[in-house]
Design a protein around this ligand. Structure first.
Ligand code: COI
Length: 353
């Protein structure tokens, strides 16, 4: 028997007050959210309730010590108007992978998947139809122990909220190569979606913006030499005819879009290498005029073209976006698979019935 989910629908939808054609990423939230509680060693209750404020004690552990993880997924509509999810089980498994590292309970599959399906059925009308738009889904779990002593914790909450969004980046992004801060180091939490991984990147991002960049490209924590990932996404470059992306060395998020782009590039017969990439290789490729492409991948960002990299006092220019036929095509294919316009030969999409 699957975990019972009690549903308390909203009396009046807020949707009529939202312009789904003009959205800012992550500012609007749908009518409902899922809430599940863990205490006394087990998941106790799971409900869908109207989206709203959550009563929170000021002493909860997540607020003080950041025991908090999250996921990011998207739903779009197919031609017939059915919501479609992209690789949701990958997100489910990664949530539990993150949870294990952060000493949090494993979430049962039925709470995640059935909860998601019920939520989408209720809030399906919030899925925007504009090109590049989607319903962004944010599952997250945090520790709700009321405790400011450091010790293993026992009370957790899992929630799913959903936000209609437009494109994350409207223009090709300018990336500053980090030279003073780090995002992840060996044995740390760089390969999971821990909330604190992002909190620590705010100051570097603000400093990068002051210099005219959109995001930071992190380097390894030992030599500042090898590419890690970009603030909100994994990174790919094309040098000559080979696509390169950093290998999953324990410091990098195993991105669902990253995986899908590798699969699509290989499917088309392109050479893809997952390996250590030194910044010197990128500099040399830019100098020789063979830095043919560079882009970030992520659920929020999809495939986001990189305009240039700033490294020390150098600007490393990438070939103009209009000439990047391969990544443009891969983005097109990915979008077509997600909404059912291309046959799903990889078994990636799940229709919400
Ligand atoms: C995602 O792409 O889903 C993420 O979680 C990145 C976040 C910074 C928006």
């Amino acid at each position: 028997m699957s975990f019972p989910i009690s549903i308390h629908p909203i009396e009046k939808s807020r949707l009529s007050g939202v312009d789904l054609k003009h959205l800012t990423f992550g500012k609007e939230f749908t009518d409902h959210m899922l809430v599940a509680d863990f205490y006394d060693g087990k998941w106790q209750k799971c409900e869908i309730v109207p989206y709203g404020l959550v009563p929170t004690s000021p002493s909860i552990y997540a607020l003080h010590y950041g025991q908090s993880i999250f996921e990011g997924m998207k739903a779009v509509l197919d031609k017939a108007g059915n919501p479609m999810l992209f690789r949701p089980m990958d997100n489910f498994h990664r949530l539990n992978y993150s949870g294990k590292r952060m000493a949090m309970p494993q979430l049962p599959e039925d709470i995640f998947m059935n909860g998601l399906m019920e939520l989408l059925k209720l809030d399906k009308n919030w899925i925007p139809k504009e090109e590049g738009s989607a319903l962004y889904i944010r599952p997250f779990m945090y520790c709700a122990d009321e405790l400011i002593g450091i010790k293993p914790t026992e009370v957790f909450q899992f929630k799913i909220i959903m936000s209609p969004v437009s494109k994350y980046y409207n223009d090709p992004v300018k990336i500053l190569v980090a030279d003073k801060y780090v995002r992840a180091s060996h044995g740390g939490t760089g390969d999971i979606k821990a909330a604190g991984n992002y909190g620590g990147t705010m100051l570097p991002m603000i400093e990068a913006k002051q210099k005219g960049f959109d995001q930071v490209l992190w380097m390894d924590a030992v030599e500042y030499k090898y590419l890690n990932e970009i603030g909100s996404m994994n990174v790919f470059v094309q040098i000559g005819d080979t696509f390169l992306t950093p290998d999953l060395d324990g410091n990098i998020l195993d991105g669902v879009t990253r995986r899908s782009v590798i699969a699509l590039l290989k499917d088309e017969g392109y050479k893809v290498e997952e390996r250590k990439i030194s910044i010197d290789e990128i500099v040399a490729a830019a100098d020789k005029g063979i830095l043919n492409d560079a882009f970030g991948t992520g659920t929020a960002a999809s495939i986001a073209p990189i305009d240039l990299f700033g490294y020390n006092d150098k600007t490393l220019k990438v070939k103009p976006v209009a000439e990047r036929k391969i990544s443009n095509h891969i983005l097109h294919r990915l979008d077509a698979i997600k909404c059912g316009n291309e046959a799903d030969k990889f078994g990636w999409v799940m229709e919400v019935k």
